[in-house]
Design a protein around this ligand. Structure first.
Ligand code: NA7
Length: 494
């Protein structure tokens, strides 16, 4: 139970969206009875919330655990999907809805020698339930994405020594986590309807009021004041609540990127380490922006060192540690915070076959193609919750998920009313959506980074910008227009 929040139980795992809007909005009772402890809850608390939801709505009886789906085949004649699980059990279903997660297929890089390592190694996205004891250990951590940035300070406090292997320096903004005071919790509970409304109407699913100002229209002094104020507040607001062109205009972005680099140089005492930690090869926000608790501060500890594997790449893992081109690092434990085969990885692990035996792996060989991120031409009655081509990972996830769940449920209900048994995106609608998605992505700075949004982190994966970058309002408007025009772009058959 809990998906992402079941598997990612690495030290420091917590949500980067605030608890009161990283939650479900479908039940007022649930909102009122659940008590969040803090602004950014830790993984165990989110998992407890998801378990509570399952119990409260009596969902467990409808869930089969410990069941890996390996195949799904559409039968042209009967119009049913046949779903096959690992032990070979078969299920027939009219509709197949995938909710396999955008960031669930762990990426353990192929580094020579891992099999002969005598210590222990772990991927953060498949963390052992019993936890890992770092006490007295020399730990190596590979990866400085959101996960590595959350895990570093916590592991550093436990380990004898922590060596962070960094390929790309990353921007990060302090989370400023704090307990939710009873007054704040009360205020939130009194305003949930408004909070949810704002999350649905905003660009990225956060309840902040939209900012209309450009970073380039204010004076240098005012700009610094705004950055400083929101840096002190902390969180994603630095991207969405400072200026409206940080993700669209290189010059505007440069002011935010430089502000963060200035903060890194202020925080990190050793100038050489500070320079290594300063990102210079991509604009802030063009990769998923992490938020942190004491990440940069951690490099001031005596038991933490940073190794630049961009200038001196990892060559191999030995029996006793890790060797780069320049040096060898003896280690007891290696932590891979190396991310995921994002957006398509979990779907393509399943052998999905549509009409005429068409394989999804073949169809997506050059990158994912969908209509609205909800359906794939050639795969009738298959719906993909937060599929590629939808805002998904660019939006606060529960908001994106609930939108899709509602859209899909309404669609199936509409079909029942109409007596339709089959719905399928037309190839023309899919082509137009892919074209539109590419156009809106080109208006942003997302192509300026080597990110998992583009699949660059996985060797051999096609370089395609996978989420929909047009923002929630435009996306929701189009999903609604499609429905209003009688499911335009879909073919419905009796
Ligand atoms: P990310 O954001 O994909 O970060 C993975 C990190 O691991 C990143 O710093 C990578 O460097 C690094 N990496 C990946 N492969 C290698 C190899 N082979 N060698 C060295 N370093 C490597 O994953 P996260 O788990 O941090 O975050 C994923 C999302 O989950 C997050 O954005 C939230 O939405 C939740 P790179 O930058 O590619 O040079």
């Amino acid at each position: 139970m809990g998906g992402t929040w079941y598997w990612n139980r690495y030290p420091g795992a917590r949500c980067d969206s605030e608890s009161f809007y990283y939650c479900y909005s479908f039940s007022e009772e649930l909102e009122q009875e659940w008590e969040w402890s803090s602004k950014y809850p830790e993984q165990p608390e989110i998992l407890r919330y998801l378990e509570h939801v399952a119990d409260r709505f009596d969902l467990r009886r409808d869930i089969t655990f410990e069941t890996r789906v390996v195949e799904a085949r559409f039968d042209d004649e009967t119009g049913f999907w046949e779903v096959v699980t690992e032990p070979g059990e078969r299920f027939l279903t009219r509709f197949l809805v995938t909710a396999v997660g955008c960031l669930s297929a762990a990426n353990v890089p192929e580094i020579a020698g891992l099999e002969r390592f005598r210590g222990e190694w772990f991927h953060t996205g498949a963390w052992p339930k019993e936890g890992v004891d770092f006490k007295g250990k020399r730990v190596g951590l590979i990866g400085t994405g959101s996960t590595g940035i959350q895990a570093t300070p916590v592991i550093a406090r436990q380990a004898r020594h922590l060596t962070v292997f960094q390929r790309t320096a990353n921007y990060s903004v302090p989370a400023r986590n704090a307990p939710l005071t009873p007054e704040r919790a009360k205020e939130i509970k009194a305003n949930y309807a408004e909070i949810h409304r704002r999350t649905r109407e905003s660009q990225a699913g956060f309840p902040y009021f939209p900012v209309e100002r450009s970073a380039l229209e204010v004076s240098e002094e005012r700009r610094q004041e705004i950055y400083e104020q929101i840096w002190q507040e902390g969180g994603f607001k630095f991207l969405w609540g400072t200026f409206n062109d940080i993700l669209r205009d290189r010059e505007a972005n440069a002011t935010a990127s430089e502000f963060i680099r200035g903060k890194i140089r202020e925080i990190v005492k050793d100038p050489g380490t500070a320079e290594l930690l300063c990102p210079t090869d991509h604009p802030y926000g063009s990769k998923r922006p992490p938020i942190d608790t004491d990440y940069f501060e951690t490099y001031n500890r005596d038991n933490v060192s940073l190794v630049d594997i961009r200038s001196s790449p990892i060559v191999e893992i030995t029996e006793d540690g890790l060797r780069t081109e320049e040096a060898e690092y003896p280690l007891d434990t290696i932590v891979f915070a190396t991310g995921f085969d994002a957006m398509t990885g979990s779907l393509l692990k399943i052998d999905i076959r549509g009409e005429g035996g068409l394989s999804l792996r073949d169809k997506w060989a050059e990158g994912p193609r969908t209509y609205l991120g909800l359906q794939i031409a050639g795969f009738p009655n298959l719906f993909t919750i937060t599929g590629p081509g939808s805002p998904s990972v660019l939006v606060n996830m529960p908001v994106a998920i609930e939108h899709h769940v509602d859209w899909i449920s309404d669609c199936i209900e509409h079909m029942a009313e109409e007596g339709a048994l089959r719905i399928e995106a037309t190839p023309e609608a899919e082509d137009a959506w892919v074209e539109h998605s590419n156009e809106v992505a080109l208006e942003t700075l997302y192509y300026d980074a080597r990110s998992w949004y583009l699949g660059v982190n996985i060797p051999g994966k096609p370089r395609v910008f996978m989420p929909y970058a047009g923002g929630q309002p435009l996306y929701r408007e189009q999903c609604q227009a499609v429905v209003d025009e009688g499911y335009r772009g879909f073919e419905l058959r009796g």
